[in-house]
Design a protein around this ligand. Structure first.
Ligand code: ZN
Length: 441
């Protein structure tokens, strides 16, 4: 009988994980991030104090798949001021006030001249919208309708103290090696300025997940990517194509701090192990849902492009467009909650647990039920109540014919995967079950 390394079947969050994630989001919130520039570097350096993140720089002008790394954007200050010097729009008050990637600008303009470069929120007059223009050169300001309605006719002093110069795109990467080279890819975008649910929630969740898994026994290897949206995943794929056959599963994590349901978005394949793990975890969540793959959303679009077709799903709560505060100044640290972040972390860890522990077993005493009582197997274990624990033992014994994996047994029985994995571990230790093989990996 193959014994292997005995792993616990569930990985739990570290103490006060939710509070820690929320505090880190609040700390990173003021930084002005974009797809390139010093804000991204400052964010990654802050994460680097918590997890051993490696920073990569890809030079402007580098061809990556069908794209080109753009010039690096940095900004010191920006404002619209009256002729008396009073700032009526001030980058220092909110970095959302400047359209991301705005060209440098210094001019005197009337309101009529300025108006085409001003953007307000379409639905809420109190909110500042979030706008960017990465790939076509322009400039602009975002402000609330309330602010705009207080403007006179001008003239105004308009200043954007930014630079757009050859530099580089920065991303962070961390590989936690396991017993096997088979990898789980965990990715989040890092390119939004002061916005909390999209995307600081994903950043802090992946940082906490990395810190948690760094201290856990690992059969699989885990590769964490903190990358600017779209261009970052395209750059990573262009530079690491040789690694992609190792990727057996993956998750793109975003918008995981709000009150929406725990959501698993299927990969393009739809039936990969991570898809079945995600569906199982969502089915056992108090408030969960599964949605099918669509070539929209975040970096799962690139990982699931047909030339790569990686089994990478998505973990979110509310999607873009599902919460009114999306891409506005109302997506602030009050919109995200420590408890919601921790719930989302638990869902990610539960998916990881399935990836780590799903395997096929063989019942060594398949004729009639083995007598469990005399082997001391009716203990309350693994958090399961005695009824569930007993039923889990019987399901594992009944279904372990060398064909069905624990996840398939979980789906058929309606019992949580971790309870079945605990039962299987106990049955292996009691000599009633043999570990057979790892499916799909
Ligand atoms: Zn976004």
């Amino acid at each position: 009988m193959e014994k292997g390394v005995v792993l616990t079947s569930a990985t739990f969050p570290r103490a006060r994980a939710g509070e820690r994630m929320h505090a880190l989001a609040a700390e990173l919130f003021p930084i002005c991030r974009s797809i390139t520039g010093n804000g991204v570097r400052a964010t990654l350096r802050e994460l680097g104090k918590r997890i051993p993140l490696e920073l990569h720089e890809v030079a402007s002008g580098t061809q990556v798949l069908d794209w080109t790394i753009p010039e690096e954007w940095n900004i010191e200050d920006a404002y619209i001021a009256t002729s008396e010097g009073r700032r009526v729009v001030d980058f220092r008050a909110s970095n959302l006030h400047v359209v991301g990637y705005s060209e440098p600008m210094r001019a005197k303009m009337t309101l009529a001249e300025l108006r085409p470069f001003l953007h307000t929120h379409p639905h809420n007059p109190a909110w500042i919208p979030y706008r960017t223009s990465y790939y076509s050169r322009t400039w602009g300001f975002c402000l609330s309708d309330h602010q705009l309605s207080s403007f006179g006719e001008g003239p105004f002093e308009v200043v954007i103290d930014s630079t757009l110069e050859p530099g580089s795109l920065t991303y962070g990467e961390l590989l936690l090696a396991g017993e096997k080279d088979t990898e789980v890819l965990l990715s989040t975008h890092i390119c939004h300025p002061s916005l909390a649910n999209d995307n600081l929630s994903g950043i802090v969740l992946l940082a906490e997940l990395a810190a948690t898994l760094a201290d856990a026994p690992r059969r699989l290897s885990y590769r964490f990517l903190f990358i600017p949206g779209t261009i970052g995943s395209i750059a990573w794929l262009a530079r690491n194509e040789q690694l992609t056959p190792r990727i057996a599963a993956g998750l793109v994590v975003a918008c995981v701090g709000d009150a929406g349901p725990i959501t698993y978005k299927r990969s393009r394949r739809g039936d990969a192990l991570v898809d079945r793990a995600g569906a199982h975890v969502v089915a056992h969540a108090e408030n969960g849902r599964i949605i099918d793959f669509v070539p929209w959303g975040w970096d799962e679009r690139q990982f699931n492009s047909p030339g790569f077709d990686l089994p990478v799903g998505g973990l979110t709560r509310s999607f873009e467009g599902e919460f009114p505060e999306y891409h506005s100044s109302a997506d602030n640290v009050e919109l995200i909650h420590a408890e919601r972040l921790e719930e989302s972390l638990r869902a990610a860890l539960a998916i990881v647990d399935v990836l780590e522990h799903d395997r096929v077993h063989v019942n060594l005493l398949p004729k009639g039920e083995p007598q469990l009582g005399k082997r001391g197997l009716y203990r309350g274990l693994g958090g399961a109540d005695p009824g569930t624990q007993q039923l889990a033992l019987l399901w594992v014994l009944n279904q372990s014919d060398g064909m069905r994996s624990l996840l398939e047994i979980a789906d058929r029985s309606g019992i949580a995967f971790t309870d079945l994995a605990d039962a299987a571990r106990d049955l292996v230790e009691a000599g009633l079950l043999a570990q057979h093989e790892w499916p799909s990996q």
